[in-house]
Write a protein that binds this ligand. Structure first.
Ligand SMILES: Cc1cc2nc3c(=O)[nH]c(=O)nc-3n(C[C@H](O)[C@H](O)[C@H](O)COP(=O)(O)OP(=O)(O)OC[C@H]3O[C@@H](n4cnc5c(N)ncnc54)[C@H](O)[C@@H]3O)c2cc1C
Length: 410
């Protein structure tokens, strides 16, 4: 069986690892020129869905490397005022074990995670190959690329993210909705001076600062072990880029509440976005202002938060979807990556389970629609409730932050 995966994002790479482990012939086609070609966010909240899925798909040494390079887990979630007064605290579960995938509740650096997911797949990933469309027939699928070339496969998996071309062809009725929320994301490296500015509460875990109609979500990534050292010790031969501790921040608001028009921000360069974020918090506590002012300016980027609509069941075929390609959701509740990794593990099990291909894909799609769109609904509710209250978009998220999950079967 030859499986073609469109997209070397989190879900596509995780699936590729699982299939290679099971001895399946896999080829991943990625539009970008390389893993680091585009800014896509830095810190990801990872829970048991990610932990257990990665454990199933990655070779053991890469899974150990993933755990070793996660962030120091937080102990609580805090809401602060713009002047750094503690407004609310939610303690984390007492039974979190950063080395137990079933209780995982931690942060991961997206770049490091993608490098781990791509390790050992060099000859399986083709960069600069943008899928433009596909045709299905009784014997398989023909993939058509933007450069005019074509390839054949038995199965095509659309892991090509929120703007998926595979979804547009397979499910033209599927819709994306603009939630109205906007986020300017940035990253401040924790050199000595910046680390001293980090408010005490932020050392305890995810923190939301609320200031009128603006919210600032922050999360430290303090690697439990430096990625390059961990790779040398746990997976010799795997090279991870050096990465230093940092503070991820995201300034969020409804589209009409940011100090610049939506259309301006969408086309703005990193320096303009950084200046906009600094201007928006100019009356906030001096330490917060200094932390944003000291950010790595080039790393600033802007997103419009989009979400998908539930899609009714469709007839299964040799073409299927995973992750954001089918159930894109707001970052509220930190579920998108976790769900994409869960899809990857479930689809891998379906494709390698020894049953007929198309019914196996149908079984995967049936359960994926349930938990995938349940996660979309939960994140959309978070956005909607926040907008109704006119409060900081991150407040609801904080109150509904996912608790560490224990899954059945353990
Ligand atoms: C700023 C931000 C913060 C987030 N934080 C969290 C969090 O804390 N926790 C969490 O669980 N989720 C989080 N998410 C959501 C999470 O990032 C996504 O849900 C996740 O990346 C989805 O994985 P994926 O593999 O489906 O898609 P992606 O990771 O988006 O990968 C899609 C890949 O497909 C490629 N591609 C696109 N089109 C084509 C084409 N035509 N041909 C070939 N390749 C193509 C893209 O270049 C990309 O590499 C966050 C998202 C953002 C934007």
């Amino acid at each position: 069986m030859r499986v073609a995966i469109a997209g070397a994002g989190l879900g596509g790479l995780c699936l590729a690892q699982g299939l290679v482990r099971a001895g399946v012939d896999v080829q991943v086609y990625e539009r970008d020129a390389g893993l680091a070609a585009r800014r896509q966010g830095y810190r990801l909240h990872m829970d048991a869905r990610a932990g257990l899925s990665l454990q199933k798909c990655l070779p053991p040494r890469l899974f150990r490397l993933f755990l070793a390079t996660t962030g120091r887990p937080g102990t609580k979630v805090t809401v602060l005022s713009a002047q750094l007064r503690v407004l609310h605290e939610t303690p984390g579960g007492p039974d979190r074990d950063p080395d137990d995938p079933a209780t995982l509740s931690t942060s991961a650096d997206r770049g490091t995670l993608r490098e781990i997911l791509a390790a050992g797949l060099a000859d399986r990933i083709r960069y600069g190959r943008e899928l433009a469309g596909h045709d299905q027939d009784a014997g398989g699928v023909t993939l058509r690329f933007a450069d005019g070339s074509a390839e054949r496969a038995d199965v095509l998996v659309g892991a090509d993210g929120v703007g998926s071309v595979v979804r547009r062809a397979l499910l033209p009725e599927a819709r994306l909705v603009d939630t109205g929320a906007r986020v300017i994301y940035g990253k401040t490296l924790l050199d000595g001076a910046a680390r001293r500015l980090v408010p005490a509460a932020m050392h305890n875990g995810f923190t939301a600062v609320t200031g009128g109609h603006l919210g600032l979500a922050t999360g430290l990534v303090e690697f439990r072990r430096s990625p390059s050292d961990a790779a040398a010790a746990l997976a010799p031969g795997v090279r991870l880029s050096p990465a230093a501790d940092y503070l991820m921040w995201g300034l969020s608001a409804q589209h009409d509440r940011l100090p610049a028009a939506d259309s301006e921000l969408a086309g703005a360069d990193a320096a303009t976005l950084h200046a906009t974020a600094c201007r928006a918090i100019r009356t906030w506590h001096p330490d917060l202002r200094a932390l944003l002012a000291g950010a790595a300016v080039d790393e600033t980027f802007f997103i419009r938060v989009r979400s998908s609509r539930r899609v009714p069941a469709w007839p299964p075929s040799r073409v299927t979807l995973l992750g954001d390609a089918i159930h894109a959701m707001s970052p509220a509740r930190g579920s998108g990556a976790n769900t994409a990794l869960m899809d990857a593990a479930n689809l891998c099990a379906a494709l390698t389970g020894g049953t007929d291909l198309v019914p196996a894909i149908g079984g995967y799609e049936q359960s994926m629609r349930e938990y995938g769109f349940a996660a979309v609904d939960a994140s959309r509710q978070a956005e909607a409730e926040t907008a109704r209250r006119g409060s900081s978009p991150w407040l609801w998220l904080v109150n509904h932050w996912p608790r560490p999950r224990r899954t059945a079967g353990r």
